[in-house]
Design a binder for this molecule. Structure first.
Ligand code: SF4
Ligand code: SF4
Length: 468
């Protein structure tokens, strides 16, 4: 006796065309998100002659991230971490309030699959025609339609992979290099990988990525409760399903329009299911049917489980806002806003130049031939502007200690080219007659002044005398 198979072969899904409010909303989101993705690398932003003019650029070679007027250096990675935290909290907030709204409307897997289905429908026709074609044998016509569809999918996939690499190098230059086959092999490999994944995920795997590969459907359950709005079927109104105008039948006429438009291939009338991405296309399909048979719309709708007993008892459900404006969602909004405000504050208080100081501790001090005591410090100056800068280093208000910058004559400044750092060895000395400083631990402050911008920064440090 053969053992049962643990693998169920995929049944291809051919969603039927649908129109309505949510379908239009999804088209708008598709156009906006794809537009942002493809156009962003080509936006320019003037940062001066020495810096990249690409508005959004992850410059791996120079370890910089440019986002319009913001330039993030490697030591400022906390900004990127903050953005990721905000993205996560935003996702929590939307999931808690509106269920899997990210999956249904804006997830790249959903957006590209929608685009691929649009192409498929355009080439092969609507659901029934595609079903017929799928079940038919391979004829010349089937090959012609399939090859045309795959060719367009491939073009979209190449464009997707191509757009991705433009975020990591100057887009016009990289495009010219790619066309001349002189770009770095990593660029071709990345485009190839992105092309392949887009083609397979959007063209063939589709809902399988959401069901089997994506962890989000499992995680999101922790963020949803009975007040979360999800797409649901009012079975107390629709059942028993049957033909319209049958005396004891509910409002559902079992036309299966909601099932036929579903990109996940599920029947929402069977209750809330993990596969449902809340794309709301079944709402559009059923509303259309309800309008045609003269019944109220909303047999399938955005519902909260907590409203179910109310509606079954004939009472009005709570308003949408009372489901959205809940303590839990206020908490997510508060956290999201706090991280955002903290990042904004950090962005506005940061200067165009920075200094880090590392004291040389081996040895802590050096006694010179004339009895003077010297401490050595490594001072790194960071010029984050688009112009070369000259900085003056001094000891803020200290009359006892003397300062000398290696490679910079007394009284001259240190020149740091645009968008670079400069590491300087700095000597701080206490003269032999200054017994207090020579023998004690003295706190002092480095001061770096940008005379052009009339800005300065300070850094606290400690001078070690003999025996400290
Ligand atoms: S059941 Fe409705 S909301 Fe859920 S995935 Fe299918 S069409 Fe979208
Ligand atoms: S579209 Fe509406 S009426 Fe038709 S089967 Fe689905 S729930 Fe029933």
């Amino acid at each position: 006796m053969s053992s049962p198979s643990l693998y169920a072969p995929r049944e291809p899904i051919f969603p039927r065309r649908v129109s309505g409010y949510y379908r239009r909303l999804k088209w708008v989101i598709l156009i906006v998100t794809l537009g942002i993705y493809y156009v962003t690398p080509w936006l320019r932003w003037d940062r001066g002659p020495n810096l990249s003019d690409q508005a959004v650029l992850v410059d791996i070679a120079n370890r910089r991230f440019y986002f319009f007027w913001i330039e993030i250096w490697p030591h400022e990675f906390y900004f990127v971490a903050g953005l990721l935290i905000m993205a996560g909290l935003g996702l929590f907030l939307f999931t808690s309030a509106l269920g899997r709204v990210w999956c249904g409307y804006a997830c790249p897997q959903t957006v590209w699959t929608d685009l691929f289905i649009l192409v498929e429908r355009w080439i092969e026709g609507d659901r029934n025609a595609r079903l017929r074609l799928h079940r038919s044998t391979w004829t010349l016509q089937k090959w012609r339609l399939s090859l045309t569809k795959w060719a367009i999918w491939l073009l979209i996939s190449v464009g997707t992979g191509g757009a991705w690499v433009f975020y990591f190098a100057d887009a016009p230059t990289l495009l010219a290099d790619l066309m001349a086959f002189s770009a770095h092999p990593a660029a071709y490999c990345t485009i190839g990988f992105m092309t392949l994944t887009t083609f397979i995920f959007g063209g063939f795997m589709r809902e399988q990525i959401c069901i089997y590969a994506c962890p989000w459907p499992r995680i999101q359950a922790a963020m949803m409760d009975e007040h979360t709005l999800i797409v649901g079927y009012r079975d107390w109104r629709g059942e028993p399903r049957g033909k319209a105008n049958t005396s004891d039948a509910g409002d559902c006429i079992d036309c299966k329009a909601c099932v036929n438009v579903c990109p996940m291939g599920i029947d929402i009338r069977n209750g809330s299911q993990m596969e449902c991405i809340t794309c709301a296309l079944c709402i559009d399909a059923c509303d259309d049917v309800m309008t045609r048979i003269g019944k109220p719309r909303g047999l399938i709708d955005y519902l909260a489980l907590s409203d179910e007993p109310l509606e079954k008892a004939g009472a009005a459900p709570l308003s949408t806002w009372s489901h959205v404006l809940r303590p839990r969602n206020f908490l997510y909004t508060g956290l999201w806003g706090s991280v955002g405000l903290a990042m904004l504050a950090a962005l506005f208080v940061r200067t165009d130049f920075e200094m880090t100081v590392s004291p040389n501790r081996n040895p802590l001090y050096v006694t010179q031939s004339d009895g003077a005591i010297r401490n050595i410090y490594e001072v790194r100056l960071r010029n984050k502007s688009g112009e070369d800068k000259m900085f003056n280093i001094s000891l803020d208000g200290n009359q006892v200690l003397a300062l000398e910058v290696e490679g910079a004559p007394a009284g001259s400044g240190v020149i740091v080219p645009a968008d670079t750092t400069s590491l300087r060895r700095v000597y701080v000395t206490a003269a032999p007659q200054d017994a207090a400083a020579s023998t004690a631990r003295t706190e002092f402050r480095f001061l770096v002044h940008d005379p052009e911008a009339k800005e300065w920064i300070t850094h606290d440090a400690v001078f070690h005398g003999k025996g400290t």
